[in-house]
Each structure stands twice: as C-alpha cells, then as structure tokens.
Design a binder for this molecule. Structure first.
Ligand SMILES: [Zn+2]
Length: 415
C-alpha cells in the first residue's frame, strides 16, 4: 500500500505541473522564440531525469513517499494544489478544450490530472481515467513543461517556487505571458512601473470588471474583503508583532499610498514567522464589521519564507489626530510611481497598531488584481483613530473593493 501511495504522489507531483502547463502552452505556442527555449530546456531535462533516476535507485521501496522525502517537491505540490482547489483552473481548461475536436495525449493527461487534483484522488474512476491518459503521454519534454507551468503560475501571482533550472527564462516567459494577454498588471511590485492594463475602482475599470482581465477576481471562491459578522469560531492563533523603526520609504502606486518596509520587522503567528513587506491604505475600509465600513483601513502585508501571505488589517475611525498618520501625510510622494525617501525621516510601523491585538481571522485573497487567493487575514477588533482632516488629506477618495461572498468560509475570532 505504501508503495502504491508513493507512486501516486510521485505521479501527481509530475503531472500536476504538466497540467498547468497545458494552459501555459496555449499562450506560449504562438511565440517565435520558443524553439530556442525548447532546445535549451531539453538539455536541462536530461540532467533532471538522471537525477530523478538516481534518487529512485537510492530510495528503498518502503521509504516515505517521494514528495514527503523532498521538501521542495512537497512545497510545489502544495502550492499547485492550492491553486486548483477552487476549481477555477479546471473550469478554464475544460472550457477551452471543449472547442477542440481532438486533444493531444499531453493535454488529456493535463486535464485528467487537473480533475484529479480538483476533485480528489479518492474517486476511483477519476484515478483510472488519469492512469489511462498517463499511459498515452509523451514524457520527453517534462522539464520544459514544468518550467512553463511554474513561470505561468508565478506570473499569475501564485506562490510557486520556480526551479533554478527554469529561472533563466523566467523573466522572459513572464513578459511573454504579459503581452500574449496584453493585459497584465504589476500592482504590488515594488517598482510600481507604468503598465498597460488599467484597473481602478470606478466605471469601466471598476471591481465588477476586474474579472475580465484577471479571472480569479471574478471566479474565485475565497475572495476578500468580507463583511465580518458572527457567529465566530474560536481561533487558536496568537499574533506576536515585532516591528522595527527604519527609514521611511513611501510610494504612490496609482492605487494607494504604500510604505515599503526594510527587512527586520516580523509577525509571528503561532510558531510561523512572517516578514512585514509593506503597508498601505484603503478609503473607506474594505472590510465591514456588521455591515459598516470604517473611514479607512491600513493593510500590513507579510510573507513567510515559504511564500505564504498574511495581512493584518487595522481599521481607522474618525476621531482625534494620529501622530503616525501626520508623519506619513507630511511626506507624501511628490509624484506617482516612484518610491520616495524623505531625508532623515524614520518610521515605526508599530506606531500604527492598537494596543490590543484581538482579531477576526479568515482566509481570503489580495483585494487588488490579480486577486490571488490563499491569504490569511487578521482584522484587528480594536480600531485606531485619525482626524477627519487626515482622512481628507489621503489622495484617494475611493480605493476600496466591495465586500465579497463568504461562500461557506468560517470567520474565527481570537487574540
Ligand atoms: Zn489592501
């Protein structure tokens, strides 16, 4: 039985990458430079195959499953599974393939494995169909496929570790993906460069149209923000915040005011450590508590070494002047798009937090395109205050995505 499990896991690992690549292929196949990449990657594939065979010989039959024995592989599998769990990828692939009379063996494998990953390996008929498709598959270009899958997912904002063998062409592939769609966006990237897809908060670019260019925004089932209403489950998580003072780096990225944070400020959830990357603002607050928005919210965005994202939300109500906001607003960037480092100004992100770290927790998404899911939100129960004049000085009158459907998610409370 263990042997059987090992095989399934190993096959899953290889195949789920192939599956994702099936989609990526369709986007890349029209591109001219592909031939060169294929040649180079085929070479790299041989090395990878050798390594794989070697690891086979060395591994005793009753050893732990391959995916478990190899943390990197295990992580990639998890990331891909997470990308598939809401069924969006499967639906996309099924829709596209429906218009084709015959499917290549590779695409059949891809489709079968997507179904397997989405619907679970418990279903015997799904497994059987998968194995049949597998027998027909051509494996000679696996590494290429793996690279295409990883780069495509990374470009789509999924947290995927890209194999070092794939990294050479990674940047290029991401660019290709961008112009094949003609509608990528780089919101959230540190440099805040100009880009050719416009999204915003009103009219034709508003949130109800984000899904046209960014499918997860329209079809995702675990989207943020939420209206926070009970009953709440009890959360066992504990939040420990250790933010450090550092030079102020402030940016108007066209969608919000963002403060980029030097490495060293951390959030610990249970035993897991996250680095604070940046914080930014929305007006009004994106989250609602019992149907009510706060005047604003600050989102503190953290990332773990494994690439997991956790956001702390601090609700800002109108009240008395905030000294922290005073410092930030006094140093608003003179123009859009460039990080601004006012001379001799330091800032401690901790000065934005309330004393009490009681929270509401749920699993959600980035609240801006591409709306990537798998983000843990901790909205602090205790709001902080800023003055009405300070709210008025924030350069964006409206930059909040409306609340999204709960879709059966549970909100927990803790702290
Ligand atoms: Zn935000």
């Amino acid at each position: 039985m263990k042997k059987h499990l090992r095989t399934i896991l190993e096959v899953l690992l290889a195949i789920c990458l192939v599956a994702t690549a099936a989609l990526a292929y369709m986007n890349y196949s029209a591109k001219k430079h592909l031939a060169d990449e294929v040649a180079e990657l085929t070479e790299q594939l041989d090395e990878a195959k050798e390594a794989l065979e070697k690891s086979h010989e060395e591994a005793p039959a009753e050893q732990a499953p391959v995916a478990e024995a190899n943390p990197t592989a295990n992580y990639e599998l998890d990331a891909l599974k997470a990308a598939f769990t809401n069924g969006v990828v499967l639906q996309d692939v099924e829709t596209i393939y429906k218009s084709q009379k015959t499917l290549t063996a590779e695409r059949q494998v891809g489709l079968a494995s997507l179904r397997l990953l989405t619907k679970g390996a418990q279903d015997e008929s799904t497994v059987a169909a998968f194995q049949k498709a597998l027998e027909m598959a051509e494996w000679s270009n696996r590494l290429q496929t793996v690279c295409a899958a990883q780069n495509a997912l990374a470009a789509a904002g999924q947290k995927v570790k890209v194999l070092s063998d794939c990294k050479k062409s990674g940047e290029e592939v991401a660019d290709k993906s961008a112009d094949s769609h003609g509608k990528k966006d780089d919101h959230g990237k540190k440099d805040g460069k100009a880009h050719d897809v416009h999204w915003g908060y009103e009219g034709d670019n508003g949130p109800e149209h984000w899904g046209d260019n960014f499918p997860v925004c329209g079809k995702g089932k675990k989207q943020s923000p939420l209206n926070i209403v009970g009953p709440f489950e009890k959360s066992k998580d504990t939040l420990t915040v250790d933010y450090k003072e550092g030079p102020l780096k402030i940016l108007n990225n066209g969608h919000t005011i963002q403060v980029n944070v030097e490495p060293g400020s951390t959030l610990t959830i249970g035993k897991e450590s996250f680095d604070l990357l940046q914080f930014h603002f929305h007006r009004p607050s994106e989250e609602q508590v019992e149907g009510k928005n706060a005047a604003m919210v600050a989102h503190f965005v953290h990332k773990s070494k494994e690439g997991k994202l956790a956001v702390i939300g601090v609700l800002l109500n109108e009240g008395k002047d905030s000294a922290a906001i005073k410092t930030l607003w006094a140093n608003l960037p003179p123009k859009e798009g460039e990080e601004y480092l006012p001379a001799k100004v330091t800032f401690n992100p901790g000065s934005m937090l309330p004393k009490e770290l009681g929270f509401y927790n749920y699993e959600g998404s980035l609240t801006t395109p591409p709306c990537t899911e798998g983000v843990q939100f901790y909205i602090l129960k205790a709001p902080v205050e800023l003055s009405k004049a300070q709210v008025g000085k924030f350069p964006f009158k409206l930059n909040a995505r409306p609340v999204q459907s709960l879709n059966g998610r549970k909100i927990s409370a803790g702290g």
